[in-house]
Design a protein. Structure first.
Length: 296
């Protein structure tokens, strides 16, 4: 196993876990990137069960955007909306902080101009992993329920899982953990508190991230796992990566599960570590399994 970067591994009994090393902390807030998507997808299913929305609602029923695209909330969740992976380039975007200019107003402007011009495929035709799609989905849920995304998530998903205080989009600095660079200076994370938040902007403690996996996939306290989760055979999984962090979460029906979070290093290595753990390979070596697919 590659523990060269600060790493935290939590898992079910019998797996090579737990492990925390090189300054990682299972009780500090860390970026979870696209693992945020499983929470957004779960929120959609919860609101649909309550009749607030239908998964088949067209986007224009919930947001101010021209009709006729045929894009539904379910297609946004399943990455079959035809929208591209990323929002179009915006003034002020930088490689070091690409989502900073993607504000709520920037998303409203894109919606007003029409999503059809952005689509790379007709809705429902093929899968195209889309952070932009999840930004639109989060905005649609907020508009439908008449409350901010973060408040809806806390009420309908985090509270039932018992982790309201361990998942946030604005972590306290004295409890947040990021890699350090030269002279021990904290590396600056991406700004993901705007429209991109429902796609990948949440922070959580590793223990809370593990609870997301066990509560939603293993125990299924909120019903069947949302389609936002990825599937490879019997494995239910999702990963995530930001500029400074990566995470892999996966579980099997027999109750085996693993959560790997790393600060720095490569996201592919984080995926491989998760797969190795699930296969019961040694912590100190063994051949690396191939990740089930790149989804970030």
């Amino acid at each position: 196993m590659d523990f060269s970067a600060p790493s935290c591994v939590l898992g079910s009994d019998g797996l090579c876990a737990p492990h925390t090393g090189r300054g990682h902390d299972p009780d500090a807030f860390v970026e979870i990137g696209s693992l945020t998507k499983v929470l957004t997808g779960t929120l959609l299913m919860r609101l649909a069960a309550q009749g607030v929305v239908s998964v088949d609602d067209p986007v224009e029923r919930r947001l101010a955007t021209p009709a006729g695209t045929g894009i539904t909330l379910q297609q946004l969740q399943e990455h079959t909306s035809g929208l591209p992976r990323l929002p179009p380039p915006l003034p002020g975007a930088r490689r070091s902080d690409p989502y900073r200019p993607f504000t709520d107003q920037a998303l409203r402007d894109l919606l007003a101009a029409g999503l059809g011009a952005l689509a790379v495929a007709p809705p429902g035709e093929k899968e195209e992993y889309s952070n932009l799609g999840y930004a639109v989905l989060g905005a649609a849920l907020s508009a439908a329920a008449g409350a901010p995304y973060a408040d809806l998530l806390a009420e309908h998903v985090l509270d039932p899982l018992g982790i309201r205080n361990e998942v946030t989009h604005q972590p306290p600095r004295d409890r947040s953990l990021v890699p350090t660079g030269l002279f021990g200076r904290r590396l600056r994370p991406w700004t993901m508190t705007g429209a991109i938040l429902p796609a990948g902007g949440l922070w959580a403690t590793p223990r809370a991230a593990a609870r997301i996996l066990t509560g939603l996939v293993v125990e299924r306290v909120l019903g069947e796992p949302a389609p936002a989760w990825r599937r490879a055979g019997e494995l239910v999984w999702h990963n995530g990566a930001t500029r400074n962090a990566s995470v892999f979460a996966g579980a099997f029906p027999d109750g085996r599960w693993i959560l790997v979070h790393r600060l720095g290093g490569t996201a592919d290595t984080t995926d491989r570590m998760g797969i190795q753990h699930l296969r019961g390979e040694r912590c100190d070596g063994g051949s690396a399994g191939r990740p089930p697919g790149r989804r970030r």
